[in-house]
Write a protein that binds this ligand. Structure first.
Ligand code: S3P
Length: 169
């Protein structure tokens, strides 16, 4: 197994925990959304508003395909990447899939005040979060390792991930 792939809903700490793992293992962190923004020279919001979600999902898959062939990297995926089986099949070839979870209340708190997530630009973001979590639950649960992030620091979570993989240092 060559890579660690972080999946999970928006606001579950994929980026913070990815950074922590990256420091601990000295593996590069690659954030799929950041790669998309860099290569398309557009924000995620802009891609959604100009081309729509299906086009974003195609770009996401193409980006994942490019990234996944690398070795010894931490890959942080966008919260919806799990929805396409193809994405997960590609990522599984070289990596262990870790899912980060948090309660709806934690997610609501962590994502509030951030307007960079197009799916939450609705009148009632809390309701939207709960609906999306419900629809996505079974997709997140397909991960190799499930980690509850509630009331833990990024460092503790990163340690827990390494222990679960069997890389306790
Ligand atoms: C999305 C999550 C976002 C980003 C896009 C869609 C989703 O990433 O990919 O806004 O469908 O949950 P984060 O999970 O990093 O916020």
């Amino acid at each position: 197994m060559e890579n660690i792939v972080l999946t999970g809903f928006m606001g579950t700490g994929k980026t913070a925990i990815g950074r922590e793992l990256s420091n601990m293992l000295r593996w590069r962190l690659i954030d799929v959304d950041e790669e998309i923004v860099k290569t398309k020279k557009m924000s995620i919001n802009e891609i959604f508003s100009r081309f729509g979600e299906p086009a974003f999902r195609d770009i996401e898959t193409a980006t994942i395909r490019e990234i996944a062939s690398q070795k010894h990297v931490i890959i942080s995926t966008g919260g919806g990447a799990v929805l396409r089986r193809e994405n997960m099949d590609i990522l599984k070839q070289n990596g262990v899939i870790v899912n980060l979870s948090a309660t709806p209340d934690t997610i609501i708190t962590r994502t509030s005040g951030n307007n960079e997530r197009p799916l939450l630009q609705v009148e009632n973001p809390s309701q939207r979060i709960k609906e999306l979590l419900e629809v996505r639950r079974s997709f997140y649960e397909k991960a190799d390792i499930m980690i509850d992030t509630e009331s833990k620091t990024p460092h503790q979570i990163a340690e827990e991930i390494l222990e679960s993989i069997g890389w306790k240092r």
